[in-house]
Design a protein around this ligand. Structure first.
Ligand code: KG4
Ligand code: ZN
Length: 344
């Protein structure tokens, strides 16, 4: 992409507070991370078995200034050296988003630095640019997180076609719900990933749901119900449940569907590049299955490291850079949009 500005380097302070991580980062030219500070609230929410929105908002307020200060300090830069302040403004928990948006607006207003609102999913996709310096659009990206499952054609920076989405639960949500049902607790994804290594993925045959007339859409609620039914029937029959086998068989059912849809999409789009993003993208079984499937088809496979898959602000700084280059600037009427759709 041509740089639509005179200055050589563009440095952006980015803020992310859409769910349960309070995060700030300093990113240069969209790909170079000068600092990436993440203050996770996970221990707190684990006590309640999931994210409690009111608690998340309060903790963001307590931590955000310190996290932003630390991001600047670690980068060894002052606020006046920033070319823009970027912030996630949706989708996410409205109270949580508002903390980041208010902080970014206050910084922009007080310092005169331009404000850029970023779509959270666009951030997840852009995490791939940070660790894969050679990656350029077009490519197909599978975004799988706690709140979203999208199959996206990235046509250009900031330009997307949604090929498929979930009709019910997001992939991460299914991981979290099944983990709770088999007694693993929150957050479920990493725990199922770990326990599955001890289990047999072919022990139990769980359904691979297809959505009629929408080949790229996902549906995970039927799979979740199938796991719950299996657990109930074992209990009724007095059969002992093998936690590792249930976890591994469930994980395989999710992975099979994600891989099949993704490969079909890349092939039908006629592209040779495929990327993954979002918290579930750090799943080891998914990564190795995609690695194999891409290698068989001679498709280049891009994936961020696990820390860049889950929520962070560096990915927001990367997405913001490409918006900045296009001339996107937001006013002080920027608001949190909990249901913001990609491409709006
Ligand atoms: O992207 P993310 O940090 O937050 C959202 O934007 O939702 O994703 C969090 C989700 C949670 O549902 C978590 O259980 C899941 O990602 N997750 C995983 C793994 N690590 C995190 N799911 C499967 N395997 C993992 N290793
Ligand atoms: Zn996320």
């Amino acid at each position: 992409m041509e740089k639509a500005h005179e200055k050589e380097d563009i440095t952006i302070l980015a803020i992310e507070s859409s769910c349960d991580e309070t995060a700030a980062a300093v990113v240069r030219n969209g790909r170079e991370v000068l600092s990436n500070i993440i203050s996770s609230q996970i221990d707190l929410h684990t006590l309640y078995g999931g994210v409690v929105p009111e608690i998340a908002s309060r903790k963001h307020i307590e931590r955000i200034n310190q996290v932003i200060g630390e991001a600047l300090q670690t980068a060894g830069m002052a606020l006046r050296e920033m070319d823009a302040v970027a912030v996630t403004y949706g989708p996410g928990l409205v109270g949580a988003l508002l903390v980041g948006v208010s902080a970014a607006k206050a910084i922009s207003f007080a310092s005169g630095i331009p404000l850029i609102g970023v779509h959270h999913i666009e951030g997840h996709i852009s995490a791939n640019y940070i660790e894969n310096r050679d990656l350029e659009p077009p490519f197909v990206c599978l975004v799988v997180s706690g709140g979203h499952s999208h199959l996206v054609r990235v046509k250009d920076y900031g330009e997307y076609d949604i090929l498929g989405r979930t009709r019910d639960d997001a992939a991460g949500e299914a991981f979290d719900k099944v983990a709770r049902a088999i007694g693993l607790g929150y957050p479920g994804g990493p725990k199922i990933d770990r326990v599955s290594k001890e289990g047999n993925p072919d022990a139990i045959s769980f359904p691979r749901a297809k959505v009629a007339d929408a080949v790229y859409d996902f549906s995970f609620s039927g799979l979740k119900s199938a796991v719950l039914n299996y657990l109930n029937s074992c209990e009724m029959k007095g059969t002992e449940i093998c936690q590792a086998d249930v976890a591994a068989s469930f994980q395989k059912a999710v992975v099979d569907v994600l891989v099949e849809h993704s490969m079909q999409a890349v092939e039908e789009c006629g592209l040779k590049k495929f990327a993954i993003a979002g918290g579930v993208a750090s799943n080891s079984a998914l990564r190795s299955a995609l690695d194999k499937a891409c290698a068989e088809r001679e498709i280049a496979f891009y994936h961020p490291s696990p820390v860049m898959c889950t929520d962070n602000a560096a990915m927001i700084g990367s997405a913001a850079y490409y918006e900045y280059c296009k001339g996107v600037r937001h006013g002080y009427d920027l608001n949190a949009v909990p249901n913001l759709r990609l491409g709006e």
